[in-house]
Structures are given as structure tokens and as C-alpha cells.
Design a protein around this ligand. Structure first.
Ligand code: SF4
Length: 63
């Protein structure tokens, strides 16, 4: 699974980091999304898909 994050679209809502803290974080200064893992382990893929659905700005995608 590959994650793409567009920090120019992210509004810092934090749903991604709340949903999958092992994969997403927020930057200290801007509050925008930070992807912590390049590779998502299979057991976290469903949670990542849920985070993509919950993101209000469409800043993250997974394929
Ligand atoms: S849920 Fe979306 S808008 Fe909120 S911090 Fe994550 S990527 Fe940004």
C-alpha cells in the first residue's frame, strides 16, 4: 500500500493521526499531516483506508 499526502490541501484536522497514529502524525509547526511509514503493514491497511475516508480535505490517498 502506497500513501500519498498533500500538505498544501491538508487543513490539519488530525483525523488521520487519531485514526492511525502508527502511520500518520501532524507537524508541530503547521499541524499538517506527516506520513511516518513508507510501507504500511497489512494489519494497518484497513485503518489507513478508514483514515482516508475520514479526512475532510481529501489530502491523503492510499493505493
Ligand atoms: S485528516 Fe486530512 S486534513 Fe486532517 S491532518 Fe490528516 S490529512 Fe490533514
Amino acid at each position: 500500500m502506497e500513501i500519498k499526502a498533500d500538505t498544501t490541501v491538508c487543513i490539519g484536522a488530525g483525523m488521520c493521526a487519531l485514526t492511525v497514529p502508527d502511520v500518520f502524525d501532524q507537524s508541530d509547526d503547521e499541524g499538517t499531516v506527516v506520513v511516518l511509514r513508507g510501507e504500511v503493514p497489512p494489519e494497518l491497511e484497513d485503518a489507513v483506508r478508514r483514515a482516508v475516508t475520514l479526512c475532510p480535505s481529501g489530502a491523503i490517498s492510499a493505493s
